[in-house]
Design a protein around this ligand. Structure first.
Ligand code: GAL
Length: 367
């Protein structure tokens, strides 16, 4: 017994030393990705904020086993200067020990994303929240803020957005796409009208800050039938009531937005829980749409299941032209902590995009 007590910490120490010395020099999608302590990065469903020359990766901290599909710890943060080597910055937002709290330990807290508000000088984190013990019924979004990028973040509130607000219809929206709650035309409109008084459901999500400083919350609404692209207020801590419905009735999840040459791009997935399905991409001239559906951007072996992953973020690489990284999660629901990350370069063919599988690659691909 005594022998084992000694052996285990000694092995861990040696492992950490070995990793500390061997710097990561490329991306190896789907492999174990050791942080500065030699531990596999624990930031699932994540997003990345670039600030003052440093990238900050925020994601769901998962524990081992099936229990890891619930939030037992909170949101984990890592920092990096080169995108290969990540330093553990600890937990930025902790779940609450108070069972009455919205973010009580055991809730479901997914896809956290952080943006910086230049006016308030605060870091603002949004996430998908399901209340403890209610499975995926609550479909809320939650917000937390901090003065410091790595946290600690203080939880503010959780709710369903845009209660009582009808959608904004961008120019070019066909009359047949407009909702009349006296006569919903289909299932998704039915859910929309049902939720109108209390706010729209908000599950899989992302944030996007446009060049003019306006921030948007993009989320799966209407029992995941439709995506909402919703404007956030000036301090990024609430919704304004202006939003559009995107690709209504087609069940898109895992939205990730980016902008290239003045065009808005969005990559998302279908709706098959933890199991992978084909990715889908869209473009629009205005963030509210109309959005054009273009099918699956992935090419090659495994393309029909997004190489085993599901989109979570698209990262513009700082200082490089036309350089965007598609980031997906390869979920491991039976042992959540073992979820892997798929980082792959986006290839532009004119205004079209492609995502090809690479076993290993580095940023020189963008040169
Ligand atoms: C996925 C979703 C994940 C998680 C999972 C639960 O479709 O993208 O974030 O909610 O379902 O089954």
């Amino acid at each position: 017994m005594k022998y084992f007590k000694f052996l285990l910490p000694a092995t861990l120490l040696l492992n950490s030393l070995a990793f500390a010395q061997s710097k990561v020099k490329n991306f190896t999608p789907g492999a174990i990705w050791p942080d500065n302590k030699g531990v596999h990065i624990n930031a699932h469903g994540g997003g990345i904020l670039f600030k003052n020359g440093t990238y900050y990766w925020f994601g769901e901290h998962k524990i081992a086993g099936g229990a890891g599909n619930k939030a037992m710890i909170g949101v984990h943060c890592y920092s990096s200067k080169d995108l290969y080597n990540w330093k553990d910055q600890g937990i930025s937002l902790s779940v609450s020990e108070d069972p009455e709290n919205d973010i009580a330990k055991g809730c479901i807290l997914e896809r956290p994303k952080v943006v910086y508000n230049a006016k308030t000088k605060k870091y603002v984190m949004w996430f998908h929240l399901e209340l403890n013990g209610q499975s995926y019924k609550a479909a809320r979004t939650g917000v937390a803020i901090s003065d410091k990028v790595t946290g600690p973040y203080a939880f503010i509130k959780s709710y369903r957005p845009n209660a009582g607000f009808m959608p904004f219809y961008p120019e070019g929206t066909p009359e047949s796409d407009k909702v009349n709650c006296e006569q919903p035309k289909n299932k998704s409109e039915g859910f929309f009208c049902r939720d109108l008084p209390g706010g729209q459901m908000a599950r899989d999500m992302n944030l996007f800050v446009d060049d003019d400083g306006k921030a948007y919350h993009i989320f799966s609404a209407e029992e995941n039938f439709t995506l909402d692209v919703a404007e956030l207020n000036a301090d990024y801590t609430g919704h304004t009531g202006k939003y559009s419905r995107v690709y209504a009735g087609h069940q898109t999840e895992a939205p990730a937005l980016f902008k290239h040459n003045g065009i808005y791009y969005m990559i998302g997935s279908g709706t098959t829980g933890w199991a992978p399905n084909p990715a889908r991409w869209f473009t629009a001239k205005s963030i509210y749409g109309p959005w054009t559906y273009h099918g699956n951007p992935c090419i090659g072996k495994g393309a029909e299941i997004t190489f085993g992953g599901q989109s979570t973020y698209v990262l513009p690489v700082s200082g490089k032209k036309d350089a965007f990284i598609f980031i997906a999660d390869k979920w491991a629901p039976k042992d959540a902590i073992d979820g892997r990350y798929l980082w792959l370069p986006i290839t532009f063919k004119g205004n079209d995009i492609e995502i090809n599988w690479l076993d290993s690659w580095d940023l020189k691909i963008f040169n």
